[in-house]
Ligand binder design. Structure first.
Ligand SMILES: [Zn+2]
Ligand SMILES: [Zn+2]
Length: 356
């Protein structure tokens, strides 16, 4: 029995389209401690390949993160396969809302050093000692009281276009930075109730365990993240405490939750929540740009970038060699671009800016 898929992808896609049965698209994740991730991976591969499951699954010494599709006729058998492992006990399974079942065409299970790159030494604390999971409704009610500390565990470019009202939104570019900034910023408030949230919930799993390890007493997290919250709010017809757009890494770069635009064009300052990457390939900076500025700057972040984009190949080579481009990372925000600041909880409560 092969442990990896070796068939050509175009054939696999054709096969998927021709399938005479339906699939359910689901996702699940959990932190737990695995001593032999490779062995676990191979076991799951054999079982799930047998069940004709597809998906992209990551396994690490710290747990599992899976996005997958399961044939409906095998769904019961799939649940039974999960039930064979105690680490999957009561694991919440999220079902895709818009589901055509064609999200994956093969099964890929990879062993990775980490589920989320966080730069932490996991042996230093118990990653399974996570915070209290709150349903979207419970979270909604607690946020509304305004009495608790709401913490956005995402990066600045994500929270800038949308966040919970009154949330602490540190100006950080990485999850690792976020953890240390939050720990420092709230170090005198360890007895208070913390309400953590992120996009889909996985970052909060790690963050809550980390904060508990650092002495925070009452750590809670939004189960299923903003994605689940947005779905719930719509279903129950409640007024959203999340304002603006939920940033997601696909071609849309975000989905509006309550229709408000809370961020601004980084170039002219007018309301805008559309992220772009600078069209100068040497820069490629991620920033917010309105359509007028996109036209004016030819989709570049600055006139310098526009000029370089339009320059000759030799000039580009020269610029590359002289590498004055510190930014060339599409996921890093240029900090000097923060023309417009969102007044946030952190400023008023901690009375200081996070040191980033
Ligand atoms: Zn603009
Ligand atoms: Zn640029």
């Amino acid at each position: 029995m092969p442990l990896y898929n070796s068939i050509d992808s175009s054939m696999l896609k054709a096969k998927l389209i021709a399938e005479p049965f339906a699939r359910k698209t689901i996702s699940l994740y959990r932190y737990f401690i695995l001593h032999n991730p490779q062995e676990f991976r191979d076991q799951l591969y054999l079982e799930w390949n047998d069940l004709n499951c597809f998906g992209r699954i990551y396994i690490a010494r710290e747990g599992i993160n899976a996005q997958m599709s399961v044939p409906e006729y095998n769904f019961e058998a799939f649940l039974q396969s999960l039930a064979r492992y105690s680490i999957f006990d009561n694991i919440p399974i999220k079902y895709a809302i818009e589901d055509n079942g064609k999200s994956f065409y093969k099964l890929s299970i990879k062993v990775r050093p980490k589920l989320v790159a966080d730069g932490l030494n996991d042996d230093a604390f118990d990653v399974t000692n996570v915070g209290q999971h709150l349903s979207a409704q419970e979270f909604h009610e607690l946020v509304q009281t305004g009495e608790h500390i709401v913490v956005d565990m995402r990066n600045h470019y994500e929270s800038e276009i949308g966040h919970f009202k009154g949330a602490v939104c540190p100006e950080v570019d990485t999850f690792r930075e976020e953890l240390s900034v939050i720990t420092e910023m709230l170090k005198d408030q360890k007895d208070q109730k913390l309400l953590l949230y992120c996009t889909g919930g996985i970052r909060c799993e790690k963050a809550s365990a980390y904060l508990k390890h650092h002495g925070f007493k009452d750590v809670n997290q939004l189960h299923g993240g903003i994605l689940e919250y947005a779905r719930n709010i719509k279903q129950l017809n409640l007024e959203s405490c999340f304002i603006g757009k939920n940033f997601v890494f696909d071609e849309r770069m975000g989905e509006s939750v309550n229709g408000e635009v809370i961020s601004h064009c980084h170039q002219c300052g007018k309301p805008c929540d559309v992220h772009s990457n600078c069209a100068n390939e040497l820069c490629h900076l991620l920033f917010i740009q309105c359509s007028d500025c996109a036209q004016k700057f030819e989709k570049c972040c600055s006139s310098e970038c526009r000029d370089l984009k339009n320059s000759s190949e030799t000039e580009k080579q020269y610029a590359r060699l002289n590498g004055n481009f510190k930014f060339g990372n599409s996921k890093v925000y240029r900090k000097s671009f923060r023309l417009v600041k969102i007044p946030n909880f952190a400023d008023s409560v901690a009375g200081q800016k996070p040191s980033v």
